[in-house]
Ligand binder design. Structure first.
Ligand code: TRP
Ligand code: SF4
Length: 400
């Protein structure tokens, strides 16, 4: 498991808010300690819907990366890069487009949904139809095992799995596959070879999935075989051809419960957000002027936390003691709304303080950020090129 690669991308929307932090970013912070992570700015994806107003994409990308860093994403553990700076994604997208039936793309739920939702834009474009396949290329080029996404993106990971399967089916059956696999077995040592064969038999003859897992782990531990042999052995294990593109798994990011200032989900398009690098006065003002239970007109009117968006923030930020204080104080008119909001203000400010502080260094030195991105791009390209070389080869494009 430790050796699985994690890949995720975010469209460059500019400054991130608390909803992003409590949803996606905290999850990334956890993952970066557990796996090899690649996180990227999906700038081409932004163009699939916003091709008419591309201004600001690169600035938004920079702002977003600063927010990642400020939130604690560590470029020492995770590679941070920009999609369009790794043009290998585009070549893999093109090559995958050759084998992807149109119907698969037309069936992706977001295709029709987004066209409905973004009616003011003309999304009857080639790029928009192909965008989930571009996402597949993003994922497959890193042979990522895990892809953290929200539930709106699960269908894209599913498409990716189908494309990988089709690709392996078409191109994983090299001539002499069995002989090559048998030869590869000899390279992992006598003891391991016997173990591998036993496990393979158990899986293929008895459907023993535990044996499959053990055998995979055994292969993962092999340091001295080539990438090609490793893939042959993975494929041979399961009875198919060589596994060239690995099927990824969606890692569903729990939907953030972060409410916005109006009680709806926090979202840039609702204009109800608190931004990660927002200054404390502004944060304080936003919360102080937040809508409360409309029934509490006067200080002496009792209220109902269930009808108040401030309560939803208490649910995120306050411990039981404070929550009890709110419930009692509100329903008996024992506390005023400003008083009630103060612990939330304090919690949000103390959550944001270290983030703003970390951001400072990057804001003052954009070259530092550029350097981190450049390094991430290089590391990403190294992996991407390796996959692409192989893809070219099996698709008949190996010129020397
Ligand atoms: N499509 C995703 C979104 O709109 C962003 C994205 C692009 C992505 N490529 C990806 C996410 C690969 C995960 C993996 O949010
Ligand atoms: Fe909302 Fe608190 Fe005012 Fe009650 S006291 S209405 S929970 S802000």
């Amino acid at each position: 498991m430790q050796q699985q690669r994690v890949l995720s991308g975010m469209r460059p929307t500019g400054a991130l808010h608390l909803g992003h932090y409590h949803g996606v970013l905290k999850n990334w912070l956890k993952l970066q300690h557990e796996y090899e992570c690649f996180f990227f700015v999906a700038d081409w994806h932004a163009l699939t819907t916003h091709y008419e107003d591309p201004h600001g994409i690169s600035d938004h990308a920079m702002e977003m990366v600063i927010d990642w860093l400020a939130a604690g994403v560590n470029p020492g553990s995770a590679k941070l890069f920009i999609q369009s700076r790794v043009p290998e994604h585009a070549e893999l997208h093109l090559l995958l487009s050759m084998i992807t039936p149109l119907g698969w793309l037309e069936r992706v739920p977001s295709y029709k949904d987004q066209q409905e939702k973004l009616k003011e834009r003309d999304l009857a474009t080639y790029g928009f139809l192909g965008y989930p396949l571009l996402q597949s290329a993003d994922i497959l080029i890193y042979r990522a095992g895990l892809v953290p996404v929200g539930d709106d993106q699960v269908a894209h990971v599913e498409l990716t799995r189908e494309v990988a399967r089709r690709f392996n089916h078409l191109y994983g059956r090299e001539p002499g596959f069995e002989e090559k696999a048998e030869a590869a077995i000899k390279k992992i040592g006598k003891k391991n070879a016997k173990l591998y064969k036993d496990l393979r038999k158990k899986y293929q003859e008895k459907g023993d999935h535990e044996a499959l897992e053990v055998a995979r782990a055994l292969l993962e531990g092999q340091q001295n075989i080539t990438l090609g042999d490793r893939e042959r052995l993975y494929g041979y294990l399961e009875g198919g051809g060589r596994i060239i593109l690995q099927e990824p798994q969606a890692l569903l990011t729990p939907t953030s419960k972060m409410p916005g200032l109006d009680g709806q989900k926090m979202s840039k398009s609702y204009d109800n957000g608190i931004f990660l690098r927002e200054d404390p006065e502004s944060v304080q003002k936003k919360i102080r002027t937040m809508q409360t239970d409309p029934a509490r007109v006067r200080r002496t009117d009792p209220g109902d936390p269930a009808k108040c968006p401030v309560w939803q923030l208490h649910e995120v930020y306050s411990d039981e003691g404070v929550q009890t204080w709110v419930k009692e104080g509100c329903t008996t008119a024992g506390i005023g709304c400003l008083e009630c909001k103060q612990p939330v203000i304090d919690s949000v400010l103390s959550e944001l303080a270290p983030i703003r502080e970390r951001a400072q260094e990057f804001v003052e030195d954009p070259n530092l950020v550029r350097g981190i991105i450049a390094e991430g791009c290089e590391a990403a390209r190294d992996v991407a090129r390796e996959t692409l070389d192989e893809v070219r080869q099996v698709m008949g494009l190996a010129y020397r």
